[in-house]
Design a protein around this ligand. Sequence first.
Ligand code: KMH
Ligand code: ZN
Length: 277
Amino acid sequence: MSSATPGTLITVAPTGAEHRKQDVPNLPVTLEELTRTAQDCGRVGASMIHIHIRDEHAQPTLDLGRLKDTVAAVRECSNLIVQLSTGGAVTDPESDRLAVLDALPDSASCTMGTVNFGDDVFLNRWGFIVELHKRMQERRIVPEYEIFDLGQLTTLRRLLDQHGLPAGGHVHLDLVMGVPGGMPGDTETLAAALRWIPEGATFSATGVGRTTLPVLLASLSAGGHVRVGMEDTLSYAKGDPVRDNAQLVARAAGLARIAQRPPIGPEESRVLLGVAS
Ligand code: KMH
Ligand code: ZN
């Protein structure tokens, strides 16, 4: 872990692939809703956006044309680092998940192993991981390595040992905690993960559901960065649904300031991650 950056990189994950628009009317699913979200979240402290897109029926899709339009539109309306999900939905085939990279985002997620995901399985074979990593190296896309369980940190080390550093030369990962089937979202587990994070890497952490706040606070205290958003939680507090993504970003930014690690902007975040300006 690097202690050179005192500030906090805040990523917003506004949509995800799991929530249904009919259940969550304020979930941003159209391009217009997404660009407005990017602007609102940028204003209150986000510097990267982790994007899953939806089709005209608000269903998750990896349609390449839509992904390209989305990358262009978010770049046009904001200065946020554009990260596309290659995780997609649990039902997405590997071929479609690899093709996401043809939309040429600044960054893309790259999950380090298979995990039970609620009642489903989020499948990430070793061969698929290697292919994602190599294609990102070729296209100069900066990966964010998604870690759902501690063993996936050893897979990350194996990947870097065998296939080299990612584009930009810096390793950044996100601990996705509290998924039913993955590692718990608590301070003890975050502290255990620190031991296995590759030397010189930076990390962010995401707490799913009710682990959002404990993970946010633990990551800030451990020198980590944070990801928040409606992909990961729909509850702001007990009995209090999330109003919008900017509300979650604003809370994370406020806590980062209290921790004396204020949010860093997109330019500083690009330097941190090795994303070309
Ligand atoms: N939707 C999950 C199955 C990612 O974006 O890379 C996978 C996910 C991880 O959200
Ligand atoms: Zn995601």
